[in-house]
Design a binder for this molecule. Structure first.
Ligand SMILES: [Fe+2]
Length: 383
């Protein structure tokens, strides 16, 4: 695996047998020391702090202990670190990308015709009994941004049991769960029978709930169909059609706000959020919840052009995945990516959904453990 190993005082350089090359800055190596003096033996967490190292830290000596092991001796303190070659290859910053499960790079962006073969509803009983089924369902939330469960018992509160199967309930001023059906004088349009345009929930919260679930308990109305739109896909289209509009929505922060008699929630965030590599990580589109738009005078006009452009992309029929939630159906979706909407419905008949919020960190953690547990034995970790 190791071909040639050389060092200068502040860098170790490895030429690998396959022709690749990795560089390791001395301070990085010391900070990533895997020895028991540097890492807790039970949990692997660092026992050292970067500020503990001397300013003059350097590599004094490198010894090849075997084909696949290196000992690095640091100066001036003489600390010895042994590194496995495989570990160095798997973790070097020259050849490995940072871990990322949130940005557009980790997702499969979609539009409606990607599901022309029909939507898969995972049977809730199978979900409860099979780790593989659970894994695939949660994996779908990670890559597509949503998953559908079928045959979830039509009982009040069942949505909370679904959340507890992968994470933790995020309680809000709406309670642990909220009922979506027509009420007189609703404090939120969601609780009326009006159609709702594409939106993400609760952009006025900081942090925003990153997972939403909607469980259908009754559905006998005319209309009231559900619509999902991939907000990342819509943002990617915006970037393609008008990079300057994309820049306006990523570069300017807005206030979002919700208030009623007992609540006043506010946030200040961009409509489209990017990570440090310029990749889309979150979208927040909710025309009902944007507070007064206060931007520099010179930006107002172009901002409205960009805002309308994005709004119109979100309304394009080819992006809208429309389907009916039947009693027992439950959709779980990434509220930082997937916009949801519904068509209006008549007052006759009954439409009753129960919704609740959770977070992606719990869901992704459960998914990662399920992937670890269900990984076929023959497939090892990439070196
Ligand atoms: Fe909503």
């Amino acid at each position: 695996m190791l071909n040639e190993v050389r060092f200068v005082p502040d860098e170790l350089v490895i030429e690998w047998a396959d022709g690749e090359q990795s560089g390791f800055y001395a301070l990085w190596l010391r900070d990533h020391c895997q020895m028991s003096a540097s890492r807790h033996s039970a949990n692997g967490q660092r026992l050292i702090n970067v500020s503990d190292f001397p300013e003059s830290l350097s590599i004094g000596q490198v010894n090849r202990l075997s084909e696949d092991r290196l000992e690095v001796v640091f100066e001036p303190d003489g600390h010895r670190s042994i590194f496995e070659a495989q570990w160095l290859r798997r973790h070097c910053y020259t050849l490995n990308e940072p871990w990322d499960d949130r940005s557009e790079s980790a997702k499969t962006l979609w539009q409606a015709d990607c599901f022309s073969g029909g939507l898969v509803r995972t049977d809730y009983d199978e979900y409860g009994h099979s780790r593989e089924v659970r894994r695939d369902c949660l994996q779908s939330v990670q890559t597509l941004g949503f998953a559908l469960l079928g045959n979830v018992p039509c009982e009040s509160g069942a949505v909370l049991d679904v959340i507890r199967s992968f994470g933790f309930v995020r309680e809000t001023n709406y309670g642990e769960l909220f009922d979506v059906r027509s009420v007189v004088d609703p404090n939120n349009l969601a609780f009326s029978n009006l159609g709702l345009g594409c939106h993400a929930d609760n952009p006025y919260r900081d942090p925003v709930p990153t997972v939403q679930l909607l469980h259908c308990l009754a559905s006998s109305t005319e209309g009231g169909d559900s619509i999902l739109v991939d907000g990342f896909r819509a943002a990617a289209i915006l970037r393609e059609e008008a990079p300057e509009d994309f820049e306006l929505l990523t570069g300017h922060y807005l206030n979002y706000r919700f208030q009623d008699a007992s609540t006043d929630l506010r946030s200040r965030v961009p409509m489209i959020e990017l990570d440090d590599r310029g990749r889309i990580t979150k979208v927040r589109y909710n025309n009902r919840s944007i507070d007064t738009i206060l931007l520099p005078p010179a930006v107002i006009k172009p901002f409205y052009r960009a805002y309308r452009h994005y709004a119109r992309i979100l309304e394009r029929p080819e992006l809208k995945l429309t389907f009916r939630l039947n009693p027992g159906d439950l959709m779980v979706f990434d509220n930082t990516r997937i916009m949801h909407a519904r068509t209006g419905y008549q007052a006759g008949g009954e439409r009753h959904l129960q919704g609740a919020y959770a977070d992606l960190d719990g869901l992704y953690s459960t998914l990662a453990v399920l992937q670890r547990e269900t990984r076929p034995a023959a497939i090892g970790r990439a070196s």
